[in-house]
Design a protein around this ligand. Structure first.
Ligand SMILES: Cc1ncc(COP(=O)(O)O)c(C=O)c1O
Length: 438
């Protein structure tokens, strides 16, 4: 039985209440629909069109503060791949976080806002020579090396000692979706523990590289602290093994990101405070057993900062049987097709007490898999022209967006204290045509 079956029978109009755990801080629901940080969805749609990504600045900043408060002794580096634009990087900079980038393109955005190079790391399983040159030219603090070929390439390109971390796959299965599981040996990232020593030896042999520590990232949308605890133990043990074999004490341990957020109401959030306590204990206990000083820890949250701050607004174009078709789709939200992700959808531009009915919200693209949300409850009177909102779309939506069907990518609109401002403008057909030079 679905939510839509149950609610009408309860004689109450429950869908006029907002689920507090999935909407950005400051979202309210009134007679005229949803209001984000004091800005009505209707006004946003009128001013910026649809589809549009709405980003609540305070919600983003608050998550940055939560991380810094829970992990005061750790470096918190925002994973820029989750959502990158100049305004967001200014917020990250102002909140005192570091930044991780994984391409020259991401670094260019950091450069554009003057993000301090001393707070930037670059990683990625493939860094082209151009990526590495851009990182060296800007003087990023750490480059996370991912293959022996890359170590050789970087060793040749670096002119001054460049600090590096070695990316290791600790062999911990975080039990998340296969496409975002990165901590086990059968995937493309980093060095398995069994060959990590070869990487250490290769870095130590390069006079232009300084080995600072090791890095790992076990996956994304990871909900259990235990996987991180086990990872921390294995990674500290690796630091001990490096000392024993090479006589080199590495002082930095980067544990990556991957902290889960709820996409549907009632899904558990990530226990950040529990994480802080248990990882701290795992690191210090293992270090003390091995007679090592506690390393400096870095974490790299992306989704958990950006995801819950974002909402996508769509306009309903057609209602066909149980399909509600909107003016966006897989070009602005790839996560359904990629990972089978599930979303909640709400009427955003008006209130309705019509009984809910179960519908599937689909996109405009020429793919049967172009679905936004299957089997969700929407008021039975939903019709063409209605505004819909989908929460938790701040991370890996704009950054994964495409131009499939020559559809222009939506704008990102920042909202704060009743004011909306464009952070990234809507792409235009002229933008698309400008690249077509044949
Ligand atoms: C190396 C690394 N660090 C951090 C992240 C951020 O992960 P999340 O956005 O799930 O926190 C990723 C995501 O893929 C990653 O590959």
């Amino acid at each position: 039985m679905t939510l839509a079956d149950v609610l009408p029978t309860m004689g109450r109009c429950l869908h006029t209440r907002l689920e507090p755990d999935i909407w950005p801080l400051g979202t309210t629901l009134g007679q005229d629909g949803l209001v984000f940080a004091g800005v009505p969805a209707v006004s946003l749609a009128a001013q910026f069109g649809t589809p549009a990504y709405v980003l609540a600045e305070d919600a983003f900043r608050l998550r940055c503060r939560d991380f810094r408060a829970a992990l005061p002794e750790m470096e918190v580096a925002y994973a820029g791949k989750s959502l990158l634009c100049r305004a967001v990087l200014r917020w990250v900079m102002e909140e005192g976080l570091s930044l991780d980038v994984c391409s020259a393109g991401e670094l260019a955005v950091a450069r554009a806002v003057g993000f301090p190079a001393s707070r930037i790391l670059m990683h990625g399983n493939v860094k082209t020579p151009e990526d590495l040159k851009a990182a060296l030219a800007y003087g990023v603090d750490r480059i996370v090396v991912d293959s022996l070929d890359e170590i050789a390439e970087l060793g040749t390109l670096a002119r001054y000692p460049q600090r590096v971390l070695i990316r290791v796959t600790p062999g911990v299965d975080a039990h998340t979706h296969k496409a975002i599981t990165t901590g086990v040996d059968s995937q493309k990232f980093g060095f398995p523990l069994s060959t990590a020593m070869d990487a250490v030896s290769a870095v130590l042999a390069q006079p232009s590289l300084r080995l600072a520590g090791v890095h790992c990232h076990i996956g994304s949308q990871v909900s259990t602290v235990a996987a991180y605890e086990e990872t921390a133990r294995r990674m500290v043990s690796l630091l001990g093994a490096v000392r024993d074999r090479f006589g080199v004490v590495l002082r930095e341990l980067d544990l990556g990101g991957g902290y889960a957020v709820p996409y549907l109401t009632g899904e558990p959030g990530f226990d950040l405070v529990g994480y802080a306590q248990r990882v701290r204990v795992a690191v210090s206990y293992t270090a003390s057993l091995l007679g090592l000083a506690v390393p400096r820890l870095t974490v790299e949250p992306g989704r958990s900062l950006a995801g819950p701050a974002g909402v996508t607004l769509y306009r309903v174009v057609a209602v066909k049987g149980s399909f509600v078709a909107v003016d966006g789709g897989m070009s602005d939200n790839m996560r359904v097709a990629l990972y089978g992700a599930k979303y909640c959808v709400r009427l955003a531009g008006r209130s309705s007490c019509a009984p809910l009915r179960t519908v599937t919200v689909v996109g405009r693209h020429c793919e049967a898999g172009d679905v936004i949300a299957s089997d969700v409850g929407l008021p039975g009177d939903v019709h063409a022209g209605d505004l819909l909102a989908v929460p938790v779309t701040g991370a890996y939506h704009h950054s994964l967006a495409s131009n499939y069907n020559q559809v222009c990518r939506p704008p990102i609109v920042g909202v704060r204290d009743g004011i909306a401002r464009p952070l990234v403008r809507r792409e235009t057909e002229e933008d698309l045509a400008a690249r077509d030079v044949g």
